[in-house]
Design a protein around this ligand. Structure first.
Ligand code: SF4
Ligand code: SF4
Length: 89
């Protein structure tokens, strides 16, 4: 189930870049993320895009710009080798 009727709001709070709709929230810890791209490549719904700016680590990080497309499979959270992603609903 998706909530495609709502748009994602993205904000940055400290080290967290947070994309959320009314029902789903995805956060990336940019301090933990090393920019490997597994989440970007493996998300079946193409929820992430690369950041334009660099993180504290000096890498581009995924931004959850299309949370409204997320099907909450948690693949991104499970595959992230650095435990940088949290998917909540
Ligand atoms: S939970 Fe699944 S659909 Fe949602 S962002 Fe992660 S990989 Fe993509
Ligand atoms: S899988 Fe984890 S470490 Fe790799 S780009 Fe995504 S959030 Fe960053």
């Amino acid at each position: 189930m998706t909530d495609s009727e709502v748009q994602t709001e993205v904000k940055k709070e400290g080290y967290l870049v947070i994309g959320k709709t009314k029902t789903t929230e995805i956060s990336i810890d940019t301090f933990l993320c090393k920019g490997c791209g597994i989440c970007v490549e493996m998300c079946p719904r193409k929820v992430f895009e690369w950041s334009k700016e660099l993180s504290e680590k000096g890498v581009h990080y995924p931004v959850p710009v299309h949370v409204e497309k997320c099907v909450r499979c948690k693949l991104c959270e499970l595959l992230c080798p650095d435990f940088a992603i949290a998917v909540r609903w």
